[in-house]
Design a protein around this ligand. Sequence first.
Ligand code: KIV
Ligand code: ZN
Length: 515
Amino acid sequence: MRKIDIFDTTLRDGEQSAGINLNTAEKLEIAKQLERFGVDVMEAGFPAASPGDLDAVRQIASTIKHSSVTGLARSVKSDIDAAWEALKVAECPRLHVFIATSPIHMTYKLKQTPEQVVETAVESIKYAKQFFPIVQWSAEDAFRSDPAFLAHIVEQAIKAGASVINLPDTVGYATPHEYGAMFKYMKENVPNVEQVKLSSHCHNDLGMAVANTLAAIENGADQVEGTINGIGERAGNAALEEVGVALYTRKDAYNVETNLTLNEIKRTSQLVSQLTGMVIQANKAVVGKNAFAHESGIHQDGVLKEPTTYEIITPELIGETSNNLVLGKHSGRHAFHERAKEMGFLLDKEALNEAFKEFKQLADRKKEITKEDLWTILTHQQLKAEETAIYELESIQVQYGTEHIPTATVQVKIPEGTVVEDACTGAGSVEAIFNALERIVDGKVNLLDYRVSSIGKGRDALGEAVVNLTFNHTEELTGRGTAQDVLEASAKAYLNAINRSLLQKQMEELVKSSV
Ligand code: KIV
Ligand code: ZN
């Protein structure tokens, strides 16, 4: 069976989504999970974007052993140098270099003639080949490029040394038939095409990214690119979990295989959602909360009589077990540690003990501790080990009554280590909390978005809050917090965003002073 390589760009194109900003520890967590999921290639970032991005790509490249790690570069030497600096530690360094090839992009963005674009592309590939054994070349906006010109530049890129040719639908404009036809055309009109793998890269502006990706496979693509949960610029990229499950479920139609471990989908999806703060819509294919819920009586009756009446994929396929209860109030330290190991968490002793403490506190208040709860606790501890908390929530008290003005009192540990207290009113409890916290963090906070959701099911499920804000006019930052109470989770999320903003500022100042 033909093998399709899966190229994940959650940490590059996905991270480019508005409001997403992952720190290095979070990127590493996602990278490790992508490796468990079995992606062939992961794009860890854009090293030339900032020293922080370069460092994150370097750390991922030196950690990941079973997936090939790549980084993006524009067709300029300084970008390629930055990518080499980040990726030279990788087992098999791979570069992803791109230039736009559509008339719109060449004229208005690059201000280069088609001949100049060919020359720049060839030069950049040749330069990259001095360092990288594998160079992937992308024709940005390939779908809106002139087919004859595209075939010509692809031929030159192959001659220059590219071993993977990526043909993106950068603006999500193609229909499946048209996108598939572009691959067929390349196969028929590029003389040296058999020397390389062709790759698809689809954006979802018209909701056709996954369909277009599958059409590319039908027409000769050997690699497909996408992101977990379909996150990415604007309407996002092709959702890799959907592509993987479609290829598996409709093997009869596509007759191809991948290296993906499908029962890691649920966990990968949850981790990406949790760390990016991008909530998954309930009816999203494969990973939405309702993806396996049969609501109507007729459907429920059918599934009870014979599951295949309405069920074409099972929750087990993606790793969502029906018996989600994993540990209870009386589970001991040993069982907890074993469970953490089984779930792939390699925490040091101190972090494990902290996680166990958190688990016991939750088990006292919650009847059943589910896999989702454990993921949340363990991920939190894993990341905490690498995060510096500048402001830490000590306690919170909220007074609310339909006839009274909501009032919040908060205690926060501040950088000097002392605990300060403040109180404030607001139109609602959350506003009162945020107002009180704003007085403590002493700066201008502009709240852009705020969401709460539950982790898992049940009335005693953990609550998760996500806030997007700017602090002292910096760029938009996302903060997350979990707790059994959504008000406490909200306060934690708010402080988490402030901490991230301050840490980012410290990092920028450090870089400035070292230049
Ligand atoms: O969408 C796109 O064209 C891209 C390229 C940089 C590969 O993301
Ligand atoms: Zn893209």
